[in-house]
Design a protein around this ligand. Sequence first.
Ligand code: XMP
Length: 524
Amino acid sequence: MEREKIIVIDFGGQYNQLIARRVRECNVYCEIYSYKTDIEKIKQLSPKGIILTGGPSSCYEENAATCSPDLFKLDIPVLGLCYGAQLMQLLLGGKVERATEREYGKTDINVDNSSALFAGVPEKTTCWMSHFDYISKIAPGFKVIATSANCPAAAVENPSEGLYGIQFHPEVLHTPEGTKMLYNFVRNICGCAGDWRMDSFVDESIERLRAHIGNGKVLCALSGGVDSSVAAVLLSRAVGKQLTCVFVDHGLLRKNEADEVEEIFGPAGSYDLNFVRVNAADRFYIKLAGVEEPEMKRKIIGEEFIRVFEEEAKKIGSVDFLVQGTIYPDVVESGLGGESAVIKSHHNVGGLPDYVDFKEIIEPLRNLFKDEVRKAGLELGIPEKLVFRQPFPGPGLGVRIIGDITAEKVRMVQDADAIYREEVDKAAAEYKNANGTEPDWMPNQYFAALTNMRSVGVMGDERTFDYAIALRAVKTIDFMTAESARIPWDVLDTVMSRIINEVRGVNRCLVDITSKPPGTIELE
Ligand code: XMP
């Protein structure tokens, strides 16, 4: 059965993935396509609705991103957002001009809630504006359904043709009624039933994988991260022992992490699969000895990982399928989906091995956003601790130790990091118990790193000359930009005193408050 879907046509705006995520929160499946996608292809996709995104250019300029005017004659409802709204107006006979001032930020608007797009939205509400251009004359057949002080046509509609345009951004959280507006569009105007749910995704995927794989042999590189874990469990549910998971402990995992992964997926765990753990720390440390340059370290770790994985794969012999934990943002960012191609700067450990003998790659999570992968993980009964674990880079602690890597330094950063995470989690849990919500300072990612700086200290009556640990904590939505999280001083104080008392070789703690940019999240 064809799944009902909405397609998001990407004009290069910054919130495009967010639009798709919000649509999926309405339980409607949607995919992102570049504005260059041929209209015939769009027809073949037979979407129940189309959303045109924002974009950086001005639609009246020569060579500006555009679409075929026939898009509006397909008898499929279209919603234009920001640039998308302006483009729709221009192509249908309206006018778009540069305003004297940019309208940016939270803005009060008045909406006509007799429009199906704004059903249930209060007449006075706020929204997030970000535009230079404005619709100065609306296209024939349209009427204005929202206004702001600076924007005579903050939203327009031609309901008999199923065409809607919104100048602001309903997809961002600063537009409190935005999700309702998108819900109204996809569920009421486009008539989507809302059949996109993770429980049915899991059931359907298992059936589909089972039918596709038959009696084939499947190999999966398991890292203990959310994506590869969910992919592995999905496959184990589908084909059981036909699946072998290879877990490489490169000696750069967090404290106890390798054992935790084995507990969940190994023979004592609750999954029906073949689990192979390779303890390869020594091999990695030998290869990394004396290497200080960060990119070089990443390369060595990545390559050695593939070599270890290949050796294990050879022992298993030829396999039919190799599983990859690719998720939808990877697909969009690698330029296969939308327009806003961001070149991924990190190559992941576990990139494609060259010499593994397999016939086909399967990517069971290819259409999911991260939050959907997590929901699927919960549906599959994967422990919450794993499902909600914070992001951890493929090269592991290799990107959290400045200078050369040794087993001794790995031990220091592992121990310090475990203390730091334990104390932050404890303080956050106490706050939540008392207040019912997470604290404002709760970081999205927090870890300890080893600075490689040694300095003088005193411990008891002894002079010490030991390492300094850096404590990093950031708040971020997309991990592309971040600001430092303001962890309470008394929590940091406890962390400092525990680390210096409990971690041999460390006599100083520093707090890294650098935002990204100019810093990066990792400390390498
Ligand atoms: P940076 O340090 O580039 O990190 O600001 C942004 C986010 O990406 C994570 N990160 C990685 N994730 N493989 C990954 O899967 C990597 O090589 C890698 N390097 C950084 C980092 O933890 C942060 O969440």
